[in-house]
Design a protein around this ligand. Structure first.
Ligand code: BGC
Length: 894
């Protein structure tokens, strides 16, 4: 059997060093170029030693042969022990009943599975210097702390075999062993509701150990400060050393650790960082350092710990400035040519005490100076004070900025363009999608969205990365989620976020607009709160993550019930406040009544929840919520469907302009009564074409669904026209006006207020490139079945898209010439595709890999052999069905 195991995952990671709980999920991806090949059964074994594994003995678990096409299973073996390493492998049977070889063995470690496994205690520096930093969002200023440094020396016996470090440090930590930084995580741990839990990371530190050791940690503020309801920074760390003879030894935080201040003084997310290199303590994190001047630490309380299994934040790319100029003597502006998140590294030589100041901005004024209006109260300034010892390098640790430009002042000499480089910093999610087409504007839009999306992944999905917010506004998160999923592996990231949503839930079932609730705005606007149900559903749809549905079932139900308790007449009239946010020319929704968006999201949530009940086999609840969704739909139509279309706020007696969004939403879910559908669609098209000259008049909500609605209703060409506009309001307009990411507003604005240059909510358009232009969309959960339906529109002569999924990588690419159309498709093992080949010519032949399949509408006899099923010919498409494998179709005009 031509199969091989391409990837093996435990809890969606390759070889995790810890688990969130004792019931990991195993999954595997099989590579096969065989047509219509699939798994029909599997056997998975888990062993407690490599030797047992070698002998194929699953002493911990042996599933035996399980009849199933699913490339995953949840552990149900003997109870796993903490701090152990286990081994696993799998084999599968194919469609002919042939068994594969066993996969290579993979492994995972359990880490501390229970609270009692933590011998370490939370510790903090006793006396911390404080400073008053500039404010944020709704506060003028607040107290923050100087960074604290911790150290502990320890000795080991001969024969240490391996060592692990389990650590959390709030707000942010940096870990060192014997003078070397451990891991490449930055701004770790991910942000959480710290009163309830903190995330810990696990590192393999075996190669860093010697007999005499020193572990050092620096703590920065992050959001763990009074302003957000917390306190001073604190640390918990546990090192486990294992000896050749099986003995184990722990090193852990307690009040024998020493602490101090050091060169990092002021630090804060919005504030920036101040580093005085003259205060460095050479060797502070090494064994022989004299720490007699360091203080005792104190034991403090701290939250429960959960393993951080989503990818960490890292520096993923280094950018060179494109341009540099001076605005006044000693003050230099660098332009990176790209708006992004992170910080700059500088290399500088000069006298000790020289203070170099770096300010950040998204825009510059006409005179070339920084325009910091869009970052509002965020000070976003990094300061480095030289020690005066040759070439010095600096980059901050406990802050990040959203910027394109920097201003460097106080440099001891004239800096060069090489004196600074930019570090792109964000949660390092794996790239899943790839898209490219012949239309350069579309490629630019796609590229801007990728920069914007990554900039807004900072352990939580943020609204923006630059100004005094950077919060987990849930509307922004849910509206951009499908786009993010096409482009990146988001499963663990959103799984983590769902946990935070759950923790933020109040007794009455309500959840806030911002999660974690650093600012407490309860209850959420239904379009924002919908993130709970919508994200959970996407994780099931796109990653077949059933566990997430189970884990959140009760809380999601509580949320849906909260909505129900706040409904009148099956509509939500009171909870909405933002609605179709940021339409052209406004911040608040102009023409779309908030009750329409709120009630529609009520329908969305109840409908999706009924499907969740169905997936989980909860039949009574599924029926109940499905009936409730019908009632909401009927009420929605009864109240909002008017003579002119769906409810619109009219401005004065002569206003006839209807809301695009009010029409889009019910069309998206086929809520419109059958006999009214054409009418509503016509009203929408008429509005777009006749009244807006083929432009959007939608805010973030309407924009998210507009292109699906148009394309599903035979108006993909109009979708294309709107998307490729270069006049206001459009993405092309933003680009023409210099955007390198996606703006918060459709308008070009350079003042403060609601005017971020890097918001991701309008980036939702990106899914259209994959789903409709390339034509790859999922039709069964977990990508088991897809639809391939390229849309040949406008001047696009080729388009290609790849998506790495839980089943493997799909590829669809097409090319159109005068008399030929080529479509190549790769379908992973175990998947099926329904393929719609456009009938471009009246008289044509269709070949696949050189085999004639159809000649002028006549099906040939070669189908069986090619393993492609002929499903029919419609007016505009030839419909085929294919299983796994590589296919090259060619349609030629005769
Ligand atoms: C954020 C938005 C967010 C909104 C709520 C803003 O300040 O930046 O993206 O969703 O508030 O209306």
């Amino acid at each position: 059997m031509a199969t091989c195991f391409k990837n093996m995952y435990c809890n969606y990671s390759t070889t995790p060093l810890a688990l969130k709980n004792g019931r990991p999920k195993f999954s595997w991806v099989i590579e096969s170029d065989k047509r219509r090949s699939k798994q029909t059964a599997f056997q998975l074994i888990v062993s407690s030693s490599p030797d047992l594994m070698e002998e194929n003995r699953g002493d911990m678990w042996d599933t035996q042969k399980v009849e199933s096409g699913g490339n995953y299973c949840y552990y149900e073996g003997k109870e796993l022990e903490s701090f152990q390493r286990y081994y696993w492998k799998v084999r599968v049977w194919d469609e002919d009943g042939n068994a594969s070889e066993w996969s290579n063995a993979s492994c995972f470690e359990t880490g501390p599975l229970e609270k009692k496994d933590w011998k370490a205690q939370w510790i903090a520096k006793k006396d911390l210097k404080t400073f008053e930093s500039g404010g944020d969002y709704d506060t003028e200023s607040y107290k923050q702390y100087y960074a604290s440094f911790f150290r502990k020396s320890f000795e080991l016996q001969n024969g240490a075999k391996s060592a692990r470090a389990y650590i959390s440090g709030l707000g942010f930590y940096e870990l060192y062993l014997n003078g070397k930084k451990i891991g490449n995580n930055v701004l770790d741990p991910g942000q959480t509701e710290y009163s309830k839990e903190a995330l810990y990371s696990a590192y393999d530190i075996t190669d860093y150990l010697s007999l005499k050791n020193c572990v050092g940690v620096i703590l920065g503020n992050g959001r763990y400060i009074e302003r957000y309801g917390y306190s001073k920074p604190r640390l918990i760390l546990q090192i486990l050393v294992e000896y050749e003879d099986g003995n184990k030894e722990f090193v852990f935080t307690d009040n024998s650790w020493k602490s101090s201040h050091g060169p990092i003084q002021e630090n804060g997310i919005y504030y920036g960082e101040k580093y005085d290199a003259r205060l460095e303590m050479p060797g502070w994190n090494t064994y022989h350092f004299d720490d007699t001047n360091w203080e005792e630490t104190e034991i403090v309380s701290g939250p429960d710990l959960r393993y951080q299994d989503m990818p960490p934040i890292r520096v993923t790319r280094v950018l060179k400035p494109q341009k540099m100029y001076s605005i006044e003597p000693g003050v230099y502006i660098y332009d990176f040519g790209q708006n992004f998140t992170g910080w700059v590294r500088i290399a500088v030589k000069g006298p000790g005490g020289t203070e170099v100041r770096i300010r950040h901005s998204e825009l510059v004024n006409k005179d070339g100076t920084l325009n910091t209006a869009t970052i509002r109260k965020a000070e976003a300034t990094d300061t480095y004070i030289l020690k005066g010892e040759g070439l010095e390098a600096y980059e901050p640790r406990f802050t990040y900025h959203g910027f394109r430009y920097i201003e460097v002042a106080g440099f001891p000499t004239v800096p060069t363009i090489e004196s600074v480089e930019g570090c792109f910093v964000h949660t390092d999610v794996e790239k899943a999608g790839d898209f490219y087409c012949s239309n350069e504007l579309i490629n630019r839009i796609h590229n801007n969205i990728l920069w914007g999306q990554l900039s807004n992944l900072h352990s939580i999905p943020t609204d923006c990365p630059q100004r005094d917010e950077r919060f987990g506004w849930m509307g922004d998160a849910q509206l951009s989620a499908e786009e993010a999923i096409y482009n990146f592996d988001m499963n663990l990231f959103y799984e983590n976020y769902l946990q935070e949503i759950k923790l933020s839930q109040k007794e009455d079932g309500s959840i806030p607009d911002v999660v974690p609730a650093y600012i407490k705005i309860y209850p959420a606007d239904p379009a924002w709160g919908s993130a709970y149900i919508t994200l959970a559903w996407y994780l099931y749809e796109y990653y077949k993550n059933e566990q997430v549905l189970k884990d959140h079932f009760d809380s999601m139900k509580k949320y849906v019930e909260f909505l129900k308790n706040n409904s009148e007449d099956n509509l939500i009239k009171k909870l909405g406040k933002f609605g179709d946010w940021c339409p052209p020319g406004a911040i608040s929704p102009k023409k779309t009544p908030v009750e329409v968006t709120s009630s529609w999201y009520y329908y969305n949530d109840v409908y999706l929840f009924s499907r969740i009940c169905e997936v989980l086999g909860k039949e009574d609840e599924a029926r109940y919520y499905s009936e409730l969704s019908e009632k909401i739909k009927n009420s929605f139509n009864k109240h909002f469907l008017k003579k002119y279309g769906y409810e619109t706020r009219m401005f004065g007696p002569v206003d006839r302009l209807i809301s695009q969004t009010s029409q889009i939403l019910p069309l998206y879910y086929e809520m419109v009564p059958g006999d009214k559908k054409e009418f509503v669609l016509e009203r929408l098209i008429d509005n777009i074409v006749e009244h807006q000259d083929s432009h959007v008049d939608t805010g973030i909500v309407g924009t998210r669904y507009l292109f699906d609605v148009l394309s599903e209703n035979d108006h993909a060409d109009l979708a294309f026209k709107i998307i490729t506009q270069e006049s206001y309001p459009s993405w092309g307009y933003m680009i023409k006006e210099g955007a390198t990411t996606v703006w918060e507003r459709w308008e070009k604005l350079e003042a403060g207020g609601m005017n971020s240059q890097n918001h991701i909510m309008l980036g939702s358009v990106d899914t259209w490139f994959y789903k409709y232009l390339v034509g790859l969309s999922l039709t069964k959960p977990g990508w088991e079945e897809v639809k391939v339906k390229p849309h040949l529109i406008g001047d696009v002569s080729f388009a290609s898209g790849k998506v790495k999924t839980v089943k493997g990588e799909f590829l669809v690419s097409w090319e159109k010439a005068e008399t030929a159309f080529k479509l190549s498709i790769f379908i992973p093992f175990g998947c099926e595709a329904n393929i719609f080949i456009p009938r471009l010519w009246k008289e044509y032949v269709l070949n696949e890999s050189g085999t004639l399949l159809i000649d002028n509408g006549k099906k040939q006899d070669n189908f069986q052999e090619s393993k492609i099923k002929f499903e029919g010919i419609e007016e505009d498409s030839i419909i085929l069905n294919a299983g796994s494998g590589q296919y090259y179709f060619e349609l030629k005009s005769k």
